[in-house]
Structures are given as structure tokens and as C-alpha cells.
Design a protein. Sequence first.
Lengths: 682, 402
Amino acid sequence: FFLSLLAEGMSWFRDRFSKAHIKKNKYKMLLTYIYECSLCLQKIQEDLNKQLLENLVGFLSRSHSDFQEKTTEWTCRMKFREIPTAALVLGVNVTDHDLTFRGLSGILQDNITPYVALLEAKDCPGIKNLMQKLMGQLMKCDIDVDSLEDEDCVQVSQNRIRCSMSSLISWYESVKKKTDSETPSKKRNSSSRHWQSPPVVVIFKDMESFTTKVLQDFIVISSQHIHELPLVLIFGIATSPMIIHRLLPHSVSSLLCIELFQSLSCKEHLSTIIDKLLLTSQFPFKVGEKVLQVLINIFLYHDFSVQNFIKGFQLCIVEHFYSQPLSVLCCQLVDTKKRACSLSHDQCENIRKLQVLSWLKRLKEETVKLLEDLHVYHENYVLILRCLHVFTSSLPKYPLGKQIRELHCACLENRVWETEEYESSLQLARMLNKTDLVTMLQQCVEILMSSSGKEFDKTSEKLKEFLTQFQNLEAEASQEQDMSVLSQKELQKKTDLYHLQKTLLELKESRRSKKLTKFEMLRFEVVDYIDSLVRKYLIPADDRTLHEVVYFNTASVLREHLNAAPRTALHTALNNPHWYLKNQALKCDGGGISNKAPDICIAYKLHLECGRLINLVDWLEAFSTVVMAAEEPNADAASSDQVDDTIHARFIRAISELELLGFIKPSKQKTDHVARLTWGGC
Amino acid sequence: ITNYSVQRQHFSFPSIFIYGHTSSGKTYVMQTLLSTLQLPHVFVNCVEYFTSRLLLEEILIKLQSCSGTEQTSPVRCDSLNDFVRLFKQAVASQELQDQTLYIVLDRAEQLREMEANILPAFLRLQELTDTNVTVVLLSEIVWELFRPNTGCFEPFTIYFPDYSIGHLQKILTQNHPPEYSADFYAAYINILLGVFYMVCRDLKELRHLAALNFAKYCEPVVRGEANERDTRKLWKNIEPHLKKAMQTVYLREISSSQWERLQHDGGEPGQLKGLSAHTHVELPYYSKFLLIAAYLASYNPVRTDKRFFLKHHGKIRKTNFMKKHEKTSNHLLGPKPFPLDRLLAILYSIVDERVAPTANIFSQITSLVTLQLLSMVGQNDQLDGPRYKCTVSLDFIRAVAR
């Protein structure tokens, strides 16, 4: 699926590449790179949906087994047989649902039943269309299972004419019989996956868009035949499960046995993807702060769609490989040497431009070394970033953000230790209590131990040392408490007021200076140590040499591609045609109207000055004045009161074009007037 | 009904219309009557056969298998004319001429939505086919709502009154579980009706509820804490439970299987959140503002926009500001449609930073429409300035605005 998404982009990219005569191997590299990424993403997505899908499969396997086992029992006979229904709340990111449903139906077909139908509201305006669609999907899936028998297909096409529940039931009976009569060996094979009478699963992809009547009719019909056709419904819900009550009256919803399932929120989904795709040294390609910000903003502000985020990320990859000549070197560490050796002279020149000093001879070796350094820097960066996140994510009010992506952006942007937010979070960290601090340190040690490199052996040693110190402190504290108890006993002995006061003061002082300072000092030490780590490892990538090789930083390109503004573009085109046409003659200064501009631009500019209702005659006069301005003044004088026919025709054409673009419409309020559809003048 | 069909070979009344509330026994009585008297009949549900063609074909197919168990062959019947012809043939071939044939159409209110000639034709099918046939229509609504403008043959109408509480009790007690006595079960049904009779008189639903909660009722008896006649103790045990059931499982807030599992594990129903508890909808940043802007546009008159959203709006005389009809709460009047540009203008003024009118914003409006949070008014041309309505409630918008 992921690859198919890319297909369009790739073909466009291929065209651009062939035109640019860039080496084939770069293109090949890109392909393999994207393929690796997509594999990784697929795995992430499968893991994320796993829990939800398992729950659903459990529900489905429960749903009809009850009735199969104990049909004789009194309660089962008395109970009204409801249609098992799963209400699947998926969140408002509708674009991502497709993938979830595809995964779901795949898993259902593997584990539970071959009979799964996916229905969409736009295909089912009436109950008739719904039944047609349903039967088409179910009967075709049957053909897929045993495509050997040609007679079957004929029968199906005949059946199709009558699309009613009864024919669906007779189809189900026949299919069931067929699977029963299969050879025992084959049967064993299939029964391990499906049961004797597998349920028929009908998925309503977008519950909100279905009309009430269609849903009601379908539920009423199928509830009458639930004994013959074990149906299970799945409602895909984007908003909230309240929609079920809104769409179905009680008489219909009482036919259903609804259970709720909730998918992972899309924000968590995004966090996982960023975690696995960006905060890892597995993939050499990285995005800069601005670019990441653009991608995250589109996600949070506009669509919540993880798919769109991934598409944007892919665009970054493609754009990077296309526009950055040094992207040849953006590859796994093992290949770096080979790539560096095969650098052409031009490419070396490019590198030389980036570096301040370099001899051409040793350039290649140095490049390899620098790239290796960069790789190590990344590994360290990610580890320390995670450690810092452990601290910042538990501070009150989250001065550096709750999510690791926010922290990542802050660190990429500039030296994080120079920001005010960092300063305030350090202050807050100095006020943490002991239990929190200890658990955080433990988490940090775990993170550091998980790395394979030896870089952080010392650091984790140091952190462990802190931990033992804290433990010692605890022991000391308990001792001290004993001491204080003792002294209190002493206190009771003495009766002299002066002595009492003195000892109390001493006690107070000792408590403040001794017991608290020890802990506080240690706490200061820990925070300072973390601070030193941050200063050492979380240097923004822009400061590293050759970061251009792996970092994609041109956010403006991305913004242009992903955040199109049609209204603004249209206004620019009409208001300032020079912007797009690049014709020097059209360049106009200030607010003046050039008569060389296309007619529609002139008409548009004139209409900007009008109110909500525009008098056509006035508009025409203004139009002709502008158009005639360049022509000889004496000719102008001759036909001052009569507008030229050609100009009239040009005007008519221009305003009809404006009408087509949706700027004006004919008005019934006044004759010879049109109404403006955009505001501005009023 | 039996009065009208004393002798099988006699012609009976052409059409009978039976109506009454949900589960007042219309279908059940008809079915039992026809099958115990072994009268030839065809029983069709009009909801299931949603087009006239499907309906007519189904009647013919059922007719073929009516007397014997011969193999049915597919029939094609496109119009009522065909139906009458094929019907005559079928009756002749099944040798049913000498006795009354009954065609029962359940949920007959659906007939009104088919072609205009279907209902009048069924009412006088006897005359049209010239055979001994009676059409019985079963419906939940009164005949007055059926009568077409052009007039038609008036059927004989029979009303099925609702079951009284006594009836319900008798019927429900009839199928008691084999391991307990009828009296014990009758006492249980009494308690059940005491709780549910106010809200639900649907026999099917009551029977379902009775089956769901019976295990809980028996609990003290099974554990030996009370004997079967200890009604007061049993009542104390079951009453709060049933009340909870009324708020949850009866409204389908939680499903009956979940309810049973809860009962089995002895958990509190409070742990399981019902469907209505999940009202929170997470929306993207700008979608939230769009929705709020839409709500403001729907419930505020256009005149007040200037006052609410402009910084220097000038003074407004308070006395004349509100017109008389506007004094009723706008929330009682429901949302009013507004044009797209007004929505955007309000959006620009309520969002602090500058919002670029990008394609993303417009697609967000469309996706709000598909999520049914906004609705488009009048499916006219997009170029002509689309108009929307905000369909969410005040509580919802409060939650979004928080």
C-alpha cells in the first residue's frame, strides 16, 4: 500500500530525473531507501493496530459461538437474538481509516471468516444498492476461494438479478454445505482457520454518512434472518459512539448487541512514527527543524492524518535527493567509504565549498571521517535527547514540551541550553523530590545501557553512582532520625528555659543545614551533570560539518507543496499577472492598472473597488477607459460616448469568466447589477 | 377473523386491515391461525422485499411452494399486470380455486413507498384476479394514513389493542424455566413489570430482559440464603439491579452480552462506560475553531457580528437592539444557515494568529460535513456560495472550546 502511494510521486520524479541527466545510481539509491522506510512503517502500523484487532477478533469469535453451543438452554431460547455489533471508534482522521479497514478485513479473512464485506456510504444511497453491493462482495469472495468451478459463476450472475435477503441466505446455505462436503483432509485444514458456519461480517466504513433509513431497513431485515445467517456488523465511527443513538431509534438499536472498541489516538500514532523513523540511527536521512515543524503543524492544525504526515516525509526524501547534490553520500554508514571514493570532481568541489580548509587529496578520506563523526553524533544525540525527555516530561507545566518531538524541535532549532525554557526547566528540576529523581535516573540508566556503543559507559557509571549515593542518603537520614528522637528525649529531661531554647535552635539549625543540604547538594550535582551532558551532546545539527548531506532543510519548498492556498494564488494571478506571466510589460507600479494586462485582470481589479452590488454599465465604462488609455487621444475623443463593440465583447467575456471563477453572480435585486461573492468592498 | 372464513370454498372479504401497536400479537395470531386451520396462505414481510418487483416475485415463489414441496423455479414479474396473469396461472396449477387463499403482508406501511398502483391493487386483488383470495395487511399505523388521495377499496379493519399489565404477566409467566416453579417465576415477572412497565410494553423486549436478569434473581436461592417463597428478600436483591438495567442495557448503552458477563463476574455496572459516556471528540486545532465559528454563525444573527467580532464597532443603543422575536432563545429555534464567507470571517477574528486560507482549511470544512458536525444546506452549485448549518449541541461545543 505504502509503495502504491508512492507510485505517482515516483513517476513524476523519474521524469524529472531523466531530464536532469542525473546518474541512475542515485535514483536506485532513493528507491531502495524508500523501500526500507516503507517496510519499517508497515511494521510499526501493524504493531500499533495489533491490540485493537485482537480484541475485535475475540469479540467476533465469541459473538456467534454462544448460540451454536447452547441452543437448548432456556435463557438462550427466551433471549431475543440480537445482531452482534462492534462499534469501532477510529477518530476523525478519515484518511487513515482505509488502511485500518484493509488490515482488519485481511485479518478477519485469515482467522475467522472468508465472508467479509466492506460497505461505504457513497455506494449505498438506498437499501437496494446496499444489498447489491453486499451480495456482490460476498459472492465474489466465495468465487475466490474455489475458482475451479465455472458453473458457480454462472449461478452467481443469475442470482444477482434478485438481490434479496432470501437469495443471500440460500447462497450461504449452499456455501456451507459445500465446505462441509469437502474432503476430510482439506476440511481439517480449513476448519483450523474457520468454523463450521463462519459468520458473515459486514463493515460499515463511515457510519456517519449512511442515511438513517438505509441502516434501519438493513438492520430490521437482517435481524429477522439472524438464525439462518450469522451476521456480524462493524460500524466504523469517526466522531463518537453517540452517533448510533442519533441514527437509530430505540426500536432498531434494540435489535443490536453493541460493544465498543477504541483505536489508538492518532497523536500517539504519530509519536510512535516519529520515534521509530526520526529518532533512530537506522535511517541516515534526517529532516531539519523547520521542515519537521511544517509537517507536525499540518498534522496538528489541519488533518490529524498520519498518512499525510508520511506522504510529506516521503516528499522530503524525494526533494532532498533531487535538489541536494551531496545527497549521494546520504546512505548507511557501511556504504559511505565506497560512495566517497566514487565522488566526481564536481561533487568534491561542492564539499570543498562547505568545508573551510581541505586539501583535495585528503578530501575524500576526511569526508568519510566527518560522516562517521556525524553518525556517532546522531547516536549520542538521540540517547541524550531521550534522557533529557525523561526529565522534562515530568516537570510541571512542561516548559520544554510534553512530547519528545517538541523537545527534538527545540534542540534542532538552536542551542537548547541558551533558551529561557531550558533555564526554567532546570530550575524546576532542582526542585524535584527524591523518589521522582531516583526513578528518572533509573530510566536514564536504562536508556543509556540499551545503546551498543561504549561512549556512555562512563556516563551510566556516573548515574549509577548517583543512585547509590541517594540510597546512602536514605540510610543516613534514618540514622539521623534516630538521633533526633534521642535528642528529643534529652530535651524532655531538661527543664531550664534557656537551655531548652538553645537546644531547640540548634536542632532546627542542624536539621536545615545538615539533612537537607546533603540531598540538595546531590540534587544540584545531578542536574548539573545532566546539564553538562546536554551541552556536550545536544548541539544543533546545523553546527556540524557536512550536515547538509543528511539534513533536509528547505521548508519553503515543502510548504509550497503541502499547504496550497488556492484563493491567494487566484488573487495574485488576477491582481498581479506579472507574478506568473513574467512579462516585463505587465509590471505595474503601485495600485495602477496596466492596460496591457489580460482583460480578466482589468475587470477583476476594477471590481475590487466596488461594493456588494456592481453596476454593469459603470463597470463597462471604467473597463473601456482603461483599455483605451494607451490608444491615441484623438480617437478616444471621437467615440467618447459610444463604447466600441469589440471592447464590449471583451468586457462581456471577462465578466463571464469572473462569474465562472465564482467572484460575481447575477443579482435579482436590481436590474443591470451583479452581486459580488467575495467580500472586501462592503 | 374466523367469522369471515367459515366455509373454505366461500369467497371472503377481499381485504382485511389489521393494526395495533408493536408486539400486540398481530403477526403471531395471523400465523398461528392460518397454520392451525391449515389454510393456504402466503406470508411476506414488506420491509424485506423493498421494491414492488421483489415483493410480487416473492409472493409468486411462495405460492409455488404453498401446497406441495416442489422445486421452485425463478419467476420474472416486472409489473402488476404480469403479476395478475402469473398469479392466476399459479392458483390454477396449485388447484387452489376452491378454497380461499390468504396473502398476508406484514409491515404493510412500506407499500405506501412503492408505486402508487400497488396498494389499491392489493386491496381489490380478488376482483382483479377473479380468484378466491383475501389480502391481509398488518401494520402499526391506522388506516387513515394509508388511504390514497384518489380513493380506493375500503378494507375491513380490525384493531389489536395493547396488552394490559395482566396480559403481559400471563404471557411472560407461561414459559418459565423448567428448573423453577411457575409461581416463583411469576413473582419475578411481577417485580420486573413493576420496574419496566412504565417505560417498556414491548413483549419481546420484556422477555429478553426477563431472561437476562433471571440468573441474578435466583442467586440467593442458589446460594441457599433464601428459599423460593422469600419474596421480600428476593425483591431487595433484584430491584436495584433491575433499575440499573433500565438505565444501561435497556437503552443499549452497554450490550446484553456485556451485561451478562458483568453479572457473572459480580462486578459493578459502573465500571463499564456506556456509549454515551464517550462523547469527547478530538479534533485538529483549526477544525475546532471552524466548528466554533460555525456554531457562532448558526446561532447569532448576522447583525450582531459587527458588535461581537469587530474591535471598534461603535455604540449600539441597547433598547432597540433586540427585536421582539429575537428575545426567545436562539437555541430553541435551532441552527440557521450561513454562507461560507461568513464562517471564514468569524474564523479569522476568533483565531489569534493570522490564518492563511489554504486548501487545507477548505478541505477541513468538507470533512466536518462528512462527519455530520456541519451540514450543507441546499445541494446547489458550489460556485454559488455554499451555505452550511452547524449541527452540534451547545454541550458539545462547550467541550470543544474548553
